[in-house]
Design a protein around this ligand. Sequence first.
Ligand code: BG6
Length: 483
Amino acid sequence: MKNIPVIMIIFGGSGDLAHRKLYPSLFNLYEQGLIHDNFAVIGTARRPWSHEYLRGQVSDAIHETHDQVNENEVKDFASHFYYQSHDVTNVEHYETLKKLAQELDDRYSAQGNRLFYMAMAPRFFGTIATHINDQHLTGSGFNRIVVEKPFGHDLASAEELNEEITASFDENDIFRIDHYLGKEMIQNIMPMRFTNPLIKNIWSGDYIKNMQITLAERLGVEARGGYYDTSGALRDMVQNHIFQIITLLAMPEPKDLSSDSVHQAKQDLLKSLIIPTPEEVKNDFVRGQYLGSDTTFAYKKEPNVDPNSTTETFVAGKAKFTSGPLAGVPIYFRTGKEFKEKKTRIDIVLKHINNPYGQAHSNNITIEVDPESKIYITINGKKIDEPGIRREDLTYAFSKEEMAKVPDGYERLLHDVFVNDSTNFTHWSELKRYWEFIDAVENAWQKENEAGNPEITQYLPYRMGPKESNDIFESPTEHWIYE
Ligand code: BG6
């Protein structure tokens, strides 16, 4: 693998994301030789850490995520890390950071390449982007920036942030990260759709009745109540992860697999996304909040959550397109905290056909993303010793050994940033369209809240969310396949 020279600056170097995801992933890429002799990482945060302390943290992060490691390699890797105490609002601090980056660039022959990673509270993204620009932090080689979610709070704030970032970076150098796009089975949607005649030929409203996407979580908001209460399930999960899945399911076939062609196909589709009217939001969307149990708090009693909060911890809704292979096909989705289990799955529900046996089921195709990775198709056949139809699943799965080789989503996506492949990142035009949809729903909800009659269902924890989510289907013959 090619060794990429680079100085990486992580804003939020003392944080949880850096510790749990970035440091272990960077170590794996280091072991593979993608970054090796010519790289250094500057971790920045407000805390007064030393280089040595950060190196200790990096080493801990690797030991926590790897069963066996070569201690010399860990030490060597950690020696590439430097810490800079940094207040993102203080202009002088960018001056110090710039000097350190330049010094390390010379020491490691990093060829002026810079990678900036925004891994801190989103409210600082704009300030950091502005100062990268006005304090000239970019280098003379490539300059790339990775931006964590949420990218804005609504379309207006996303546009503002985008302007601040594009002052220093071209669209091609902005990597808006969505960790779902690094997941094995999400990356499997395109090959599954486009290489199987059996699947490709039925991918239309002639055969498909609806699609159903479920992102169910077992956990509640835990320690993130403060953030979550300003966000809610729609912004936290639908605006990014669910919409990227919808796009992969509904987009036309790209002309080739280049990043440009894939994004072009996505954008062609998104032009025809139907933005719901307030009336449609009322009929096609359900929002809810979890109640408490013997051992857990109700959402409204969680720490840092407003006791009168109208923020949803569950949402179900519908998306539709007027063009593309799924034109007119309803794509239902739901996501929520405190479901009965952690499960991410996509169900593709086929239309029934008339047949002399009468009772046959339609063939459904299910893509399970988490916790297992598999695809299964239900098939009808005859029962052995009695009349009637038997139903079995044909499963496409991976062995344990294969699963062990699947890299973490972050490792995959960081690799893509180093090799400059933005296929699995969110393009601004996609993000913009997603926000237009989300804003329409949020605005309709906001009006209901202001009128004093918000329909927010309180649901029992550790089940399947509010039962009202069964009311969003277009016809009485439709229901959630995963129950
Ligand atoms: C994050 C959300 O983007 O995705 C979290 O902010 C959520 O609220 C998480 O828990 C779910 O990710 P995964 O990979 O565990 O399904």
